[in-house]
Write a protein that binds this ligand. Structure first.
Ligand SMILES: [Zn+2]
Ligand SMILES: [Zn+2]
Length: 398
């Protein structure tokens, strides 16, 4: 029987064969957002094996497990996301995806396996846990709009017992494998989606004077939006506006009546988010109207800014340094403009979102790429970091 004082990294090393098996099973059978049925079955089978009680839901593939029910200390929730992406895998790994066109290209297989590993370690000490621990397996993080956190919150995942602290993590190709990155304050961006339809006239390309040309106006909009980044927002307050798709037209000599643009707007501060939304509407309309056309705009707000409360994050950082060693913990200089629906939990309870190192020999393919393959070391350090964070948050200050 392992000692309850076994250091988290040692315990995680001991559990590596099980975490590897869980991770490979998740990886072989990826499922897209809102379709994580088989993934849920794998999670619940592992929890059964570990003797950890949990609940499931109808019409929602989340799993909520609870350890140490009734223990007197603070309630800590640990969260992993479950969904994969519509990417055709090109890693050549022995456990590569067996589902054509779907892949765990964002490392959520690693997040789930590391959370099960942490659960296994905490279950071994369930009689001496300082407080209850909830394990949140959350679907649909990749959705970007509704996501999986909001539906889980509506189902009460932070209630009964009421969660006092929450910790999540994401593999990060910019952080070396074996290291955990922490970022107090703004850590990830708010991400909004914009869809613009330029309504022109349409007709023979040799007679462009007969009506507004939607193609030319769309091109001016793509360029014009960058003036919002360089001239509307404060230059020390990061903003990204990217147009990721343009569709219009059928052949070289026909001007289409409509061109559709889709893009993303990333910000950190709520006031900047409001400003960019207003300015985008104004600028797109002005560009279209200046050439006699009309543009319809739909602007949809996605995940909010992920804000790691600084005092809580620094407390976790100190706990990780004590448990894992200084060399495995790094305070990150910059936030990233990716988005995460873990932000929704942090709007309600304090906690932190850790960046789990995944770069080996200085490189790793980017998230969402067909060759993304975080190393096994991320499993071990990921599980150990979750346990160490739980330990420090339950070490009562009350
Ligand atoms: Zn992703
Ligand atoms: Zn992800």
């Amino acid at each position: 029987m392992p000692s309850r004082r076994e250091p988290p990294l040692g315990a995680a090393r001991r559990l590596l064969p099980r975490m590897r098996a869980w991770r490979e099973a998740f990886h072989r059978e990826p499922e897209l957002s809102y379709h994580e049925k088989a993934t849920r079955e794998k999670v619940t089978a592992a929890l059964d094996e570990l003797g950890i009680p949990y609940r499931t839901y109808s019409g929602f593939y989340g799993v909520l497990a609870l350890l140490g029910e009734g223990r007197p200390g603070p309630v800590v929730a640990l969260r992993a996301d479950m969904d994969a992406l519509p990417v055709t895998e090109a890693t050549g790994l022995p456990y590569r995806s067996r589902v054509e066109g779907k892949m765990h290209a964002c490392g959520h297989d690693v997040h789930m396996a590391a959370l099960l590993g942490a659960g296994a370690i905490l279950a071994e000490r369930r009689r001496s846990l300082a407080g209850p621990v909830k394990l949140i397996f959350q679907p649909a993080e990749e959705d970007g709009r509704e996501g999986g956190a909001l539906p889980f919150l509506r189902r009460g995942c932070l209630r009964d017992p009421k969660v006092d602290h929450i910790v999540g993590q994401h593999v990060d190709p910019a952080v070396p494998a074996g290291v955990v990155g922490l970022k107090p304050g703004a850590c990830m961006a708010a991400a909004d989606t914009v869809r613009i339809v330029v309504h022109g006239h349409g007709g023979h390309a040799s007679s462009p004077h007969q009506g507004p040309d939607a193609v030319l106006i769309a091109a001016e909009i793509v360029e014009g939006l960058q003036a919002l980044v360089s001239r509307v927002r404060n230059p020390v307050d990061p903003v990204v506006v990217s147009v990721g798709s343009i569709h219009g037209g059928t052949r070289h000599n026909i001007l289409p009546a409509e061109v559709t643009l889709e893009g993303t707007v990333r910000t950190f501060r709520p006031a900047t988010r409001d400003l960019m939304e207003r300015a985008l509407h104004r600028r797109v309309r002005a560009i279209a109207e200046s050439l006699g056309a009309r543009a319809s705009i739909s602007y949809e707000r996605g995940y909010p800014t992920l804000w790691n409360p600084p005092a809580e994050t620094l407390r976790i950082e100190q706990g990780l340094i004590a448990a894992l060693g200084q060399a495995r913990v790094r305070e990150l200089e910059f936030p990233i403009l990716g988005a995460e629906d873990f932000a929704r939990y942090l709007e309600r309870v304090p906690g932190t979102f850790m960046r789990l190192g995944a770069a080996t020999r200085g490189t790793l393919a980017s998230l969402h790429s067909a060759s993304f393959a975080p190393p096994e070391e991320s499993l071990q350090v990921g599980a150990a970091a979750l346990v160490a964070a739980t330990d420090v948050l339950q070490r009562s200050r009350a």
